[in-house]
Design a protein around this ligand. Structure first.
Ligand code: GLN
Length: 535
C-alpha cells in the first residue's frame, strides 16, 4: 500500500501529551498488523537536544544509532517496541543547516534562498524520508510546540502543502485542551475553537480532534465542537486523564480512533487490533497490590521529566514483578553521611542516576557507601556507575581523593578518566560515545544471570570511563569488572558479588526498556529489591 502520513499537532497549551497520543495511535495501528513509525519535528534551533540541560527540555533520549533525541522518542519506543533512529527526530536547526550547506555548495544555482520554498521543501523531504524507504505503511509526524507559535509556521506550511499534494494519504490529528472552569463548574470549548481557527487560517483543516480533558465531555458538547470546526462528529474524541499513560491506547480504541484514521485514509482493514499482550500488561498493572519502594538519587529529581526513561523502566519492571512501584526521589546535593541513613533506611532498592558535572556527586558517594555497607540492592547507571567505582576506591581501596577527572582534573587517583578518543574533541554537540555498543558479560556474573545471556547490546552517552590501570586492584578487593566491550575492552559493568545486588553499568539500560520487552536488568534489580523488602 502507499505510505500514509498522519500529522499530530497541538493547540491551546503545551504538555497536553501529543507524544502519548501519537504513540497510542501507533500502538493500535501496529496491533492491526500495519508497519508504523513515528517522528518528531521540533521547532527550536538547536541541532539536537543533546546540548539542552534537563531544566530546558527534560531527559535527553538516545537512539541505537547514537542520536541525542527528544524524550518523546522514548515514548514512541516504549509503546511501539520499534527502534527509532536519527531520521525520527528533526529540528529547525537541522533543516536550516541542510539548506545552508546546499546553498554553500551552490546547489541552488544562483536563486534567492527563502523560507518558502527552500526551507519548506527541506521539511517536506524530511517528512517523507522514512516513508520513502518502503518500510512503513504509516508515518506519524508529531509537530512540536503549539499552533500559533512563530517558530512552527514553516512546519505547518509544509504540512499544508503535503495535505494538498497527498490527498487522503495525509491527515491531521489536532490535540487541544478543554479546560474545566471551577467557578462556573463548566467545561469550555472556546480555546479549542480558536486553535482550530488558527489552523484553518494557515490553510489546514484538521481531520480529527482529540480533546484533552479532566472531566467527561458530554456528547452534545462534542457535536458542538464538530459543528464549529468542520470536523465530523465521530472524529471528535476525548482523551480524559487516566492513572497510567499505558491505558491511553485502550481509551483511544474504545472511541474508534484507529478505525477513524483507517477510514479517512482510505485504508482497507478488517476486524479488531490484537492487543492481547498489551492488555496482559495492563491487567498486571491493575492487579498489583504489594509495593516495592525504590529510591532514586539524582541531581534533577524535582523535574518530572529529567529521568523519564528510568521512571518508566522501573514501572515496567515492577509491573512484571507483580508489584506497584513507589518511587521516592532524593536530591543528591542534600545527602551526606549524617542524613543518609534517615533518608534511605526505608528503601527496598536504590538507583544512582546518570549525570554530568560535580554538583551532587558527594551526596551520591554517601548514598552508595550506605547502600554498600547495608547491602541494599543498588543499581548505578552511567555517572551512577562511575560514582560506585569512586566510592569503592576511596572507602575500600583507601585511595584518598580518588575521583573522575570530570569532577577533579588533578585527582591523585583518576579511577574514572576521559576516554582516549575524547581527548582531542572540543565541540560539545553529538561528540560523546553515543548509541548502542556490544558488551560481553562474564558467564558467572549476576548481570549475565539477569540478562540470561552473555552477549548484549546497550546504548551509551558518556565521555569518561573506568580507568583500566586500576582494574586488578578493584578485582582483588571484590569489585569485579564483569562486562566489557569486545573490541575496545572498555569496562561497561562492575559488580560486587559478595553483595545481594550491587551493579553499576556504564550504559543506559533504561533507553531500551519497552512495555512489550522490558529490560532484564531492571526486572532483576526490582526483584532483588522485593526480596530485600521481605527480609
Ligand atoms: N558525565 C559522565 C560522562 O560523561 C556520565 C555521563 C552520564 O551519566 N550520562 O562520562
Amino acid at each position: 500500500m502507499e505510505t500514509k502520513y498522519i500529522f499530530v499537532t497541538g493547540g491551546v497549551a503545551s504538555s497536553l501529551g501529543k507524544g502519548i497520543i501519537s504513540s497510542s495511535l501507533a500502538r493500535l495501528l501496529l496491533s492491526r498488523g500495519f508497519r508504523v513509525t513515528i517522528q518528531k519535528f521540533d521547532p527550536y534551533i538547536n541541532i539536537d537536544p543533546g546540548t539542552l540541560n534537563p531544566y530546558e527540555h527534560g531527559e535527553c533520549y538516545v537512539t541505537i544509532d547514537g542520536h541525542e533525541a527528544d524524550l518523546d522518542l522514548g515514548h514512541y519506543e516504549r509503546f511501539t517496541n520499534v527502534n527509532t533512529t536519527r531520521a525520527n527526530n528533526i529540528t529547525t536547526g537541522r533543516i536550516y543547516q541542510n539548506v545552508i550547506d546546499k546553498e554553500r555548495r551552490g546547489d541552488y544555482l544562483g536563486k534567492t534562498v527563502q523560507v518558502v520554498p527552500h526551507i519548506t521543501d527541506e521539511i517536506k523531504r524530511n517528512v517523507k524520508l522514512l516513508g520513502n524507504t518502503g518500510n512503513f505503511d504509516f508515518v506519524i509526524t508529531e509537530i512540536g510546540g503549539t499552533v500559533g507559535d512563530i517558530e512552527s509556521l514553516p512546519f505547518l506550511e509544509s504540512m499544508r502543502q503535503l495535505k494538498w499534494e497527498l490527498g487522503s494519504n495525509c491527515i491531521c490529528v489536532h490535540l487541544t485542551y478543554v479546560p474545566f472552569i471551577n467557578a462556573a463548574k463548566e467545561l469550555k470549548t472556546k480555546p479549542t475553537q480558536h486553535s482550530v481557527k488558527q489552523l484553518q487560517e494557515l490553510g489546514i483543516q484538521p481531520d480529527i480532534l482529540v480533546l484533552r480533558t479532566e472531566k467527561d465531555i458530554p456528547t452534545a458538547m462534542r457535536r458542538k465542537v464538530a459543528l464549529f470546526c468542520n470536523v465530523s462528529p465521530d472524529a471528535v474524541i476525548q482523551s480524559i486523564d487516566v492513572p497510567s499513560i499505558y491505558q491511553v491506547p485502550v481509551n483511544m480504541h474504545a472511541q474508534h480512533l484507529d478505525e477513524i484514521i483507517l477510514k479517512k485514509t482510505n485504508t482497507p482493514y478488517e476486524g479488531e487490533p490484537n492487543m492481547s499482550q498489551w492488555m496482559k500488561f495492563i491487567d498486571m498493572m491493575n492487579k498489583a497490590k504489594d509495593t516495592v519502594t525504590i529510591g532514586l538519587v539524582g541531581k534533577y529529581v524535582e523535574l518530572q521529566d529529567a529521568y523519564k526513561s528510568i521512571n518508566e523502566s522501573l514501572f515496567q519492571a515492577a509491573t512484571y514483578n507483580n508489584v506497584k512501584l513507589v518511587l521516592k526521589s532524593f536530591q543528591s546535593e542534600k545527602l551526606n553521611d549524617n542524613n543518609v541513613e534517615e533518608t534511605l533506611k526505608d528503601m527496598d532498592g536504590v538507583l544512582i542516576a546518570p549525570g554530568f558535572g560535580p554538583r551532587g556527586t558527594e551526596g551520591k558517594f554517601s548514598a552508595i557507601k550506605w547502600c554498600r555497607e547495608h547491602d541494599v540492592p543498588t543499581l548505578g547507571i552511567c555517572l551512577g556507575m562511575q560514582c560506585m567505582v569512586i566510592e569503592f576506591a576511596r572507602n575500600v581501596l583507601g585511595l584518598e581523593d580518588a575521583n573522575s577527572t570530570e569532577m577533579n582534573p588533578h585527582t591523585p587517583y583518576n579511577v574514572i578518566d576521559l576516554m582516549e578518543e575524547q581527548k582531542s574533541i572540543s565541540n560539545m554537540g553529538g561528540t560523546m560515545r553515543l548509541g548502542a555498543f556490544d558488551c560481553v558479560l562474564k558467564p558467572d556474573s549476576l548481570v549475565a544471570k539477569a540478562y540470561g545471556k552473555t552477549e548484549i547490546s546497550e546504548r551509551h552517552r558518556h565521555r569518561f570511563e573506568f580507568n583500566e590501570e586500576f582494574r586488578e586492584q578493584f578485582e582483588a578487593a571484590g569489585m569485579k569488572c564483569v562486562g566489557e566491550n569486545p573490541k575496545t575492552h572498555l569496562v561497561e559493568v562492575v559488580e560486587i558479588p559478595s553483595k545481594k545486588w550491587f551493579v553499576g553499568v556504564q550504559y543506559h539500560p533504561e533507553y531500551g526498556s519497552t512495555v512489550l520487552s522490558p529490560n532484564p536488568l531492571f526486572i532483576s534489580f526490582v526483584k532483588a529489591a522485593i526480596e530485600n523488602k521481605k527480609k
